[in-house]
Design a protein around this ligand. Sequence first.
Ligand SMILES: [Zn+2]
Length: 291
Amino acid sequence: MIATNQKNNNQQTIASSIFAKGIGLHTGSQVELNLQPASVDNGIKFIRVDKKNNNVIEALWSNVSETLLSTTISNSYGLKISTIEHLMSALSGLHIDNLNIYINAHEVPIMDGSSRPFVEMIEKVGIKKQNKKRKILNIKKSIEVYENNSSVKIVPNNQFSIDFEIDFPSQLVSKQSCQLQLINGNYKTDIAAARTFGFEKDVEHLRSNGLALGGSLDNAVVVGENEILNKDGLRYTDEFVRHKILDSIGDLYLAGAPILGYFYGNKSGHYLNNQLLRKLFSNQNNYEYIS
Ligand SMILES: [Zn+2]
């Protein structure tokens, strides 16, 4: 179980701006990012600088438009930004509430496949406490959604905690479950370094569909028939399930506020994470905001 204590905190942003660049996992093209501090109650916003008008996309569950392989959000003008989940995860893990993310393409760079590069660049400039309390989303009723053999649920709890189970038909991944305590900044050590992963047998199919064009052993764990193809192996023995937790933390941060509740994911992904938030917000009796 991963748990983080989020009560009695002020809102935060970054202390100064950050420039970064990298390649998009699916498009394979070069992307430049500029993270700028933002004022209280701004939330997390993406701004497409390659477009002149209507180029702001708020990082909210209601803007999620695609969930195939990554999470994509779109604004009402149809402008999109994809693969936001690792950056969102870093922002959740570091308790960044307010940020403007200027970007010159429609995909967030994949970096090394984890959220660690984002965590490190934010820690390098520092985090700034702001003079207003954080708004916390307190879960009041249990919500669950299913699809085939996968499910996610969120239940009332006095801290944000995550359990996750995966079960892949590969002897190298197979069944893994992760139950960690994540308090006092352990996101950085226990989750942030876990990389995205894929199976060697799927690579050709993905590429022929125009996906994973930027994918390589530099930004993903690639699982072969009998071995991990990355020469340095894994960063955690259970890196796969930890990456699924990293993804879920990022997807859940699209709630627009930190969550007070217990999340359980079973063989789930971006689609069910978004369906869970949609179901949660469909009835005002399911939640309340506290500070
Ligand atoms: Zn991921």
